[in-house]
Design a protein around this ligand. Structure first.
Ligand code: SF4
Length: 441
């Protein structure tokens, strides 16, 4: 195909997917394509999919339906489906959607340019979804493209070996595979050279990093090494698993200046019965022990979590245990979801599914409780001074936005003396429901 033209990319799901999309953008631009804000004018359209929740999967099918009509008017358009739905459905997608050209699994992202060129020349329809044991493709610098030019993701491992009963990730991303630490350090140094100030280390189970490596390196050791990289001011990481959270990680958060005080530690349910059915590998009391460990060593640390309501067999008492857990832990923020059965998982055929109405009511209650807790935390910050990295310009003119070390969004007015990438002290004037409002000290 001609080395000019436009591409459009639509992303669903998690930060891992966002980062994969950033990499695909970089690869398509190396081919000479330029991004377009809508698919109508694009020569290549990529839908990077998520299969974690039913809703996200349905959106993918609806986008594909819209593209069918567009491709009728523009038959040379190349349509790609990447991500978890691609991995799960494989070549079946090609049979179902005749206007689809490429099904691309997560382990094959680096091959995107060659595949696009090949399809452009031959119009062959391709499915490339096999798992491979080579993590070298994860070493791909992607320019910071998200909300900020000074923050970047770095994938340190891929896959997950936990097989929680509700989750598709082990089927769509394969088993846990860690990258070599030297390669990661090299990548982070390069990012620092490009002006990146903050990195977020990504892995489906990031704190299990190193367990599969020969030298059995720990995640906390990786944090130590990365703390030495000149130019990087802040290090974040996500997502951690409670069973792999140990004292060395609590020590790293407490002791390493660049490691930000925030841990995302999905709890999923407050009921031991439900946790066992989910196959999470811990009881609520184990989870509390880890939280206590963290709060003793790093009392400033913010804790966020994922929660699922309506898992099969979740009784009123089980849900009550979740409510109690929210009050007991008092998370800074949570991401809560209604359980939806995902194809191929253990929970798909579990009996005792919870009726939709009950799930809805439980989710609403969780939101209500958590909103109040989050806002209380935000209000408690009023009058205090926090450190914020300026990530970009806010929606209002003359305003910057940034995040505190504890991962709270803060908007503040531009005092004319600072720029994106600066770390500033901000006095919090108001604690709102989802963010903070402040002014530079
Ligand atoms: S730990 Fe469980 S929920 Fe998380 S990615 Fe692995 S299987 Fe999915």
């Amino acid at each position: 195909m001609a080395h000019s033209g436009k591409y459009f990319i639509e992303t669903y799901g998690c930060q891992m997917n966002e980062h994969d999309s950033e990499k695909m953008c970089e690869l398509l631009e190396r081919l000479g394509l330029q991004v377009d804000a809508s698919p109508e004018q694009a020569d290549v359209v990529v839908i990077n999919t998520c299969a974690i929740r039913e809703k996200a999967e349905h959106k993918v099918y609806s986008s594909l339906g819209t593209l069918r009509n567009m491709k009728r008017d523009k038959p040379e358009m190349i349509v790609v489906v990447a991500g978890c739905v691609a991995q799960q459905q494989k070549a079946k997608l090609l049979t179902k959607f005749h206007h689809l050209d490429l099904v691309l699994g997560a382990h094959h992202i680096s091959e995107l340019p060659e595949l696009i060129e090949h399809i452009g020349k031959t119009r062959e329809r391709i499915s490339r979804v096999e798992f491979c044991n080579d993590v070298s493709s994860l070493h791909m610098l992607a320019p910071a493209r998200g909300s900020s030019p000074v923050c970047s993701y770095v994938t340190v491992m891929q896959g997950c070996s936990n097989f929680c009963a509700y989750c598709v990730v082990p089927f769509t991303r394969g088993k846990e595979q860690s990258r070599d630490s030297l390669e990661i350090i090299e990548e982070v140094s390069e990012l620092a050279g490009r002006g990146i100030k903050e990195i977020t280390l990504l892995g489906q189970n990031v704190n299990a990093y190193g367990k599969d490596l020969e030298n059995g390196r720990r995640f906390s050791q990786l944090l130590e090494k990365l703390s030495l990289v000149q130019g990087i001011e802040r290090i974040r990481f996500t997502t951690s698993h409670p069973k792999d959270f140990d004292s060395s990680l609590a020590e790293a958060i407490a002791g390493l200046e660049k490691v930000c005080e925030h841990v995302h530690l999905p709890l999923q349910s407050g009921s031991d019965k439900v946790l066992e059915a989910m196959g999470r590998g811990y009881k609520f009391s184990d989870y509390l022990d880890k939280i206590q460990l963290l709060r003793i060593r790093a009392p400033e640390c913010a804790i966020t979590a994922d929660m699922i309501v309506g898992f099969p067999g979740e009784s009123d008492d089980d849900f009550e245990a979740t409510v109690k857990a929210l009050h007991r832990v008092r998370f800074d923020q949570i991401f809560s979801f209604k359980f939806s059965p995902r194809p191929g998982t253990l929970a798909e055929h579990m009996t005792d599914q919870v009726p939709e109405e009950i799930k809805k009511a439980r989710l609403a209650k969780v939101h209500e409780i958590q909103d109040e807790i989050t806002q209380t935390y935000h209000r408690q910050l009023e009058g205090s001074v926090v450190e914020a990295l300026i990530e970009g310009h806010g929606r209002l003119q003359g305003q910057f936005f940034g995040r505190t070390r504890t991962n709270k969004i803060v908007n503040f007015s531009d005092d004319g003396h600072h720029a994106v990438g600066d770390i500033v002290k901000v006095t919090i004037l108001r604690g709102l429901k989802h963010s903070l409002l402040g002014e530079i000290v």
